[in-house]
Design a protein. Sequence first.
Length: 192
Amino acid sequence: MEKDLTLGDLIGKFRGREDYLYDHSYLTSVIACDLLRKMNWWNEERMQILSFAALFHDITIKDSKLAKIAHKDDPRLEAFSAEEVKKYLRHPLDAFDLILEYPNIPPKVAEVICQHHENPEGEGFPNSLRPINIDPLSCVFILAHDFVNALAECAYDEKQVDQILNAMQKRYNVGPFKPALRALRGENPQAA
């Protein structure tokens, strides 16, 4: 991370891999920590929080197909039983509870994990939080998480990055998401 790798270099490392959960978690960590650096928010504690959150946010999900689903209204959920969907919609809370059992993991990790499926429309889960109620560090994680999901959906095709960023601009240009969005787009995060 100390080298200033381009987004293309990062994406290239994940093209063609089969282990979705590993790739998703690792790349989410890399992107989230890079956003911290670009936002001048980087410090050891925040880097650890986002790295732990990336590693453990889907720890209670057994089926990697479910881990690819980011929204509670995704039609792919219809392929799963009602019990599987219920567990999936609870996974941020279950992971939150699990992480709190480990005293060596900062409690803030659990908060970020609990909020990782919240969204700027206030229609996320598990708590349907409005943007103002989402922790700014969670906003960084959510952007990194959603960006990585979008990359995976297009098989890490670098040619799709501008389209992904434009879609994210329309969705995340609100409240506490703005600085991380600007950093993701390569803009000055402090700009008005």
